[in-house]
Design a protein around this ligand. Structure first.
Ligand code: GLC
Length: 590
């Protein structure tokens, strides 16, 4: 069920919406070059409409050298030929609008590609007018330029290198919190901000319906008055920010760059310059690593006019140890639910949550939080979706999760393409780590797990391409694919459809209060949603254990209530709630 395009857009439509993320490189290839493209997406809109989603979030399709698959942009005003043309994008927008769906673009403005003309100018000389559009700094005093240790600060980047790269032409370093080809824009400079706002306005005038803002909480850095104006970060230790930095080798830039002193000012300015003068109804979601509930409230409180919602990272950082992302640490379903519940309770009536378990940067959720063995895969995928989608917030579905797509069986590093994994692997080997151990972490956490081509059918390349795919298709596509699921009422796909429908039909899912139940549960979790006398009870056994009881208050009455959704056969008992492996149920009353 999607909105009727002839109706005026309700101000808060995004609260009852479900967003579907398309990673264009891996969704559908129309021209046989092995890389997905915009005409390919247009061919698959019936599928998205059948699923019932309201919004398509498109990962970057702008011109790019593709070092980070498009998150390194060299022209914000054009589409990369790999993906098609601006005219193709206009056609996609028109197609979506015709179907009552919306398009949200990725906005990557914390950094550009080093191939962007702005950076080319900036690096050309110290007195170029765009020099100050990026973060240039001289070598550390007392060190020879370019020598190890001469970096202006000890910061590590998210991609296992120093966050500084030396540019011999002008004898200075530039800052990049990701790859060296992704220099950080200097938001302190008002010209940079105005250039970003004009570009955003240009896209909105073209008809896009909002933005997903890449690492937007990194745009303000802590600048001290006295030199050195950017300061060293701490290594290791319990107080480090969670996330991808290798704090054994590098200082953690986190406290110096996350939620910097001017971030709220910049976002409020952006709101004034881009959104305030437009009709309501545009969607804004910020990607904000290392965000606490308190910060989440600041970003999303409507009274502050910043963002509608943020992607917080707490639950996807649970399985990272003190050494960073690749330092695997066990996390339980209890940890996951504790974290999600804490956000539900904390954001309350003021803020708004984005609900996600997967995206193009995370491993597949069924492999990470569920059980991707043939026995439990479908049921665990459905249980996770149930628990997530009925929370308060806007759910995001990452392409393929609605089929239960799982992590890929990468044999070795040559099977992967991601710059993050390649850099991490190289760094691990340089530290003397065993290649198998390094690969184990990449197999579990590597981003290419989510980037294997979409599994449309059981044919050779899963119906994704007639050519040779840029990243191998997961061999399990012979059984796990869209063609096998769209018309099967018991499939993972159909379960997602039902969840989306429930959100569209039940105001309690959108606006109801949240109450955590079974707070001490190790495997069985539950919560209650309530609105005007209507109640929904969600219970799930997030384990493969048999016969676990959900001892919720008032269980006998609930057990006899209307069962609106479940991922298992009709329960035999009507006076207790006893759940089989990965069983999830939704009861309704009132
Ligand atoms: C965000 C993107 C990720 C990218 C990084 C740098 O985290 O989601 O894919 O590598 O920013 O742009």
């Amino acid at each position: 069920m999607t909105a009727d395009p002839s109706e005026p857009v309700p101000r808060d439509w995004w609260k009852s919406a479900v967003v579907y993320q398309v990673y264009p490189r891996s969704f559908m290839d129309s021209d046989g070059d092995g890389i997905g493209d915009i005409p390919g997406i247009r061919q698959r809109l019936d599928y998205l409409q059948r699923l019932g989603v309201d919004v398509l979030w498109l990962s970057p399709v702008y011109k790019s050298p593709m070092d980070d698959n498009g998150y390194d942009i060299s022209d914000y005003y054009d589409v990369d030929p790999l993906f098609g043309t601006l005219a193709d994008l206009d056609d996609l927008i028109a197609d979506l609008h015709e179907r009552g769906m919306k398009l949200v673009m990725d906005l990557v403005v914390n950094h550009t590609s080093s191939a962007h003309p702005w950076f080319q100018e900036s690096r050309s000389s110290k007195d170029n007018p765009k020099r100050d559009w990026y973060w240039w700094r001289p070598p550390r005093p007392g060190h020879s330029p370019g020598e190890p240790g001469a970096e202006p600060t000890n910061w590590g980047s998210a991609f296992s290198e120093s966050a500084w790269t030396f540019d011999p032409d002008t004898g200075e370093y530039y800052l990049h919190l990701f790859a060296s080809s992704q220099p950080e824009l200097n938001w302190e400079n008002p010209e940079v901000r105005q250039a970003v706002y004009s570009m955003m306005n240009w896209w909105l005038d073209r008809g896009v319906d909002g933005f997903r803002m890449d690492v937007i909480n990194l745009i303000s850095k802590v600048v001290h008055d006295e030199p050195p104006d950017l300061r060293d970060g701490i290594r290791g230790g319990p107080d480090r920010q969670p996330g991808p930095i290798d704090t054994v080798r590098f200082g953690d830039p986190g406290p110096h760059v996350l939620h910097g002193p001017r971030v709220h000012e910049f976002l409020q300015e952006m709101h004034r310059e881009v959104f305030a003068h437009r009709p309501p109804g545009l969607l804004t979601v910020g990607e904000t690593p290392a965000t606490t509930v308190e910060q989440g409230l600041l970003y999303t409180d409507p009274a502050r006019a910043e963002l509608q919602m943020v992607f917080q990272f707490e639950h996807v950082d649970l399985d990272s140890g003190p050494g960073g992302k690749w330092d695997l640490a066990p996390a339980t379903s209890r940890d996951l639910i504790d974290s999600l519940a804490q956000w539900q309770e904390g954001m309350g009536e003021i803020g708004w949550n984005s609900l996600y378990l997967g995206n193009h940067d995370q491993p597949r959720c069924v492999s990470r939080f569920g059980d991707d063995s043939p026995e439990h895969r479908d049921r665990s995928a459905k249980a996770l979706a149930t628990v997530l989608h009925l929370l308060r917030g806007t759910p995001y579905i990452y392409q393929g999760d609605e089929l239960g797509m799982a992590n890929a069986p990468f044999r070795d590093i040559n099977d992967t393409r991601d710059i993050e994994s390649h850099n991490a692997y190289r760094a691990a080997l340089a530290r003397g780590q065993d290649p198998d151990a390094a690969m184990e972490a990449i197999r579990y956490k590597g981003r290419d797990n989510a980037r294997t081509p979409m599994q449309w059918d059981a044919s050779e390349h899963a119906g994704f391409t007639t050519g040779s795919p840029w990243l191998e298709v997961n061999p399990d596509h012979v059984t796990v694919n869209a063609a096998a699921q769209v018309n099967d009422p018991d499939s993972v796909f159909s379960h997602y459809r039902k969840l989306i429908k429930l959100r569209h039909q039940e105001p309690v899912v959108v606006h109801g209060t949240f109450t955590r139940l079974l707070r001490d549960g190790e495997d069985v979790h539950g919560y209650l949603r309530r609105l005007d006398g209507r109640e929904l009870l969600v219970v799930a056994n997030l384990s493969s254990k048999e016969g676990l009881e959900a001892a919720v208050p008032d269980a006998p009455t609930w057990a006899a209530s209307e069962l609106v959704l479940s991922n298992a056969p009709e329960p035999a008992e009507r006076d207790r709630i006893v759940l089989g492996p990965w069983e999830a149920r939704v009861y309704r009353r009132g």
